[in-house]
Ligand binder design. Structure first.
Ligand SMILES: Cc1cc2nc3c(=O)[nH]c(=O)nc-3n(C[C@H](O)[C@H](O)[C@H](O)COP(=O)(O)OP(=O)(O)OC[C@H]3O[C@@H](n4cnc5c(N)ncnc54)[C@H](O)[C@@H]3O)c2cc1C
Length: 393
């Protein structure tokens, strides 16, 4: 590749890097490179359950997800192409010990314009009669939510980026950053295939983002956790669930995967397994399959005979407060963080891409206030709180 130049380099072609690169061009930046060490969506994005719910503990995140739902819903007009969004609706089932946080978040969503309401067990059973809900204390229902296809979404962003003049470089690892002599400015990215000089570098490297930050002497606190998912064939038991569920009462989530399949995984509260992102164990544990299937069968008594037809693992990139790190790095001009999405970063990707582009092109994100998400919050001892404790944003 030799020496290349660009106005900006985005490291990482997951949903957040892809949406950022696309929005940079859309906002008028001419020469943008999207650099990916593997293939598009090969990180957390390609393994995502991609459930899009609007229940959040921070106003900013509700605003981000609301804007993103607009984009998912009108994707062909907003971006172009098909993101695979299926507007099934979403239900949240909670046990009694989180009732206060639940009320708080419900009120927050309603205040910020989310179409969400508390539903009785009887109402929920009208929507999906097959679920057994005797252990559920309360339930919320969001008719406008659903799930999307994370790979198709990311591919569509990259496609539009390339069609608009952006350059995608795949199968090429960044392996360092070039800084000015006094370290106050980023001057480019070193890759295994030559250097790229650029005045703006965005770190959207997902589970590897702490390594990219370290090249500039910046500490991004990140733990990488191993997550597992299962796909079941449910054709013989009445077909896929009618809607997506986050089931805190059973600490699992499940959603339709087309008409005849169901995708499921374990959710909060649970133990997290911290791993190294390179060379982690990609084999799904037998215990996980048995335990998740048992929990599902108690929720779905009709699913006694369901067959698991696929399972796989993926990675979360988790910050100490389970919230992403967004925006400029203090003291290093041109270096920006877009990482640490802590297991909930697919659904906000469309908005994050816009906000990062505003931050870079206009000098400040304006459509939504993101100052609190800056990396400096950790040094300042101001982590972001959440209604259900730190690991449920
Ligand atoms: C099992 C699972 C279920 C999930 N379910 C949901 C859900 O239901 N809803 C939701 O909103 N979110 C969910 N998430 C989280 C969501 O998928 C992620 O937060 C989001 O996809 C992260 O996207 P990203 O672009 O930030 O990072 P990633 O998708 O991880 O992308 C980072 C990219 O950077 C590249 N890269 C890294 N280092 C370098 C380098 N040195 N040089 C070049 N390229 C590099 C990687 O190869 C990778 O492609 C889930 C995640 C998992 C794993």
């Amino acid at each position: 590749m030799g020496l290349q130049t660009a106005d900006a380099v985005v490291i990482g072609a997951g949903i957040n890097g892809a949406a950022t690169a696309y929005n940079l061009i859309k906002r008028g930046m001419k020469d943008v490179i999207l650099l990916e060490k593997q293939l598009i969506a090969s990180g957390g994005t390609g393994r995502s359950a991609a459930i899009i719910r609007q229940h959040y503990s921070r106003d900013e995140l509700v605003r981000m997800v609301r804007r993103s739902v607009d984009v998912f819903t009108h994707f062909d007009d907003e971006v172009g192409g098909d993101c695979g969004f299926v507007n099934t609706g979403w239900a949240f089932l909670v046990p009694d010990y989180v009732s206060d946080g639940f009320s708080e978040n419900l009120a927050r969503g309603q205040r910020l314009g989310v179409d969400v309401r508390e539903v009785s067990i009887a109402e929920l059973k009208e929507i999906e009669p097959r679920v057994e809900l005797s252990d559920v204390h309360r339930a919320a229902y969001e008719p406008g939510s659903g799930y999307a296809d994370p790979r198709a979404t990311t591919h569509a962003y990259v496609q539009r980026f390339v069609e608009s003049g952006g350059r995608l470089i795949q199968l090429t690892s960044a392996n360092g950053l070039a800084l000015s002599d006094d370290g106050s400015r980023v001057e480019g990215v070193k890759t295994e295939d030559g250097d790229i000089s650029a005045g703006v570098v965005v770190n959207a490297a997902g589970p590897w983002a702490d390594r990219v930050a370290a090249w500039a002497g910046v500490e991004l606190p990140l733990e990488v956790t191993r997550e597992e998912e299962i796909i079941y064939d449910v054709a013989a038991v009445g077909g896929a669930p009618r809607l997506c569920f986050s089931d805190m009462a059973k600490a699992i989530y499940y959603r339709p995967d087309g008409e005849t399949r169901m995708l499921a995984g374990r959710g909060y509260p649970k133990d997290y397994e911290i791993v190294e992102p390179d060379g982690y164990n990609q084999e799904v544990d037998v215990d996980f399959i048995e335990e998740t299937t048992n929990r599902l069968k108690t929720r779905w008594p009709a699913f006694g005979s369901i067959l698991a037809i696929n399972s796989y693992t993926g990675l979360y990139d988790v910050t100490p407060d389970w919230h992403p790190v967004l925006g400029a790095v203090d003291g290093i001009e041109g270096f920006l963080m877009c990482a640490g999405f802590s297991g909930h970063g697919f659904k906000i990707g469309p908005s994050v891409g816009e906000l990062m582009a505003e931050e870079i092109v206009d000098g400040r994100a304006s459509s939504i206030e993101i100052t609190r998400f800056n990396l400096r919050r950790f040094a300042e001892g101001k982590p972001i709180g959440a209604a259900y404790g730190t690991n449920r944003a």
